[in-house]
Write a protein that binds this ligand. Sequence first.
Ligand code: UGA
Ligand code: MN
Length: 301
Amino acid sequence: MVRVTLYRGVVLMIILVESVYLTVVLRQLALVEEHCDPDNQHPHKGEDTRILPQPTIYVITPTYRRNTQMADMTRLAQTLMHVPNLHWIVVEDAERTSQVVEELLERTGLPFTHLCATTPDEYKNQKLMGRGVFNRREGIRWLRENVFHGVLYFADDDNSYDIRLFQQIRTTKKASVFPVGMILSLGISSPIVRDGKVVGFHDGFQAGRKFAVDMAGFAVNLRVLHANPQATIPTRLSYLEDGFLRNLRLELDDLEPLASGCTQVLVWHTKTHKPGTPSLEHVTHTDFDTNLVGLYRNILR
Ligand code: UGA
Ligand code: MN
């Protein structure tokens, strides 16, 4: 009798220990699943974001060769270098990628993809042709083929970005929107937010646009891009952003206002002043034995 009771006691003890062990394992598995789910990767307030996986931001930058290119691209590169979990997709408006841009990308230490695309001949003489369309499209093509989770942002090479913007767009669920400074006649372009919802756009160019935003004024979750495999950027000047967001079948209700409910400016539509064009012809032959030859060789590369 004593032996049976003892035996029962031992079995009960084993069952108890096993249940505690199973509970702990299940709790751990639930935590792992929570962190692996891309929908759940938004750090909660007060949490240490360094230990949680964060969605990657894929920044597409169209760029083209001109006097101001290196100044603009260096400023942008050194802004993006401050942002964790960012992949930079630079698409040159050219037949082939250039050595100078490749070297700049390598210097950043960022994960990057360097592509190129030109405007097809039939569009070249089109009057109302938007800038940077076909190279942005090439960036989108690469994303569709290679990446499934993350957030897309179009960063033109000449704008100025506050790095706080990137931390905010990282949690974009569908599409986020925010003000852009130094735009057109109003000097600002912003979503109009009422009771936390986007109800329209404060922008100097309405012209029938459903989404009167600048290219720098929105970010999109890649899920939306994949859910709309045909969505592309139209070519018509001033309608690139509106067309793209319409093609993604977004509604005003889907838009998440950032930058403290669109009361702050975290990106500016700056334009770099165009200087004269450097040429070796500007160096007199008496200076051919000086640094000027090497300097011009570098800037004309
Ligand atoms: C405004 C918007 O901010 C752009 O996002 C939009 O593409 C453009 O209008 C348009 O609709 O055409 P804006 O400052 O006037 O931009 O244009 P740029 O800064 O000259 O060009 C926009 C981007 O396209 C830049 O990153 C630029 O490097 C690139 N780009 C421009 C090319 O790749 N190829 C070009 O021939 C010209
Ligand atoms: Mn610009």
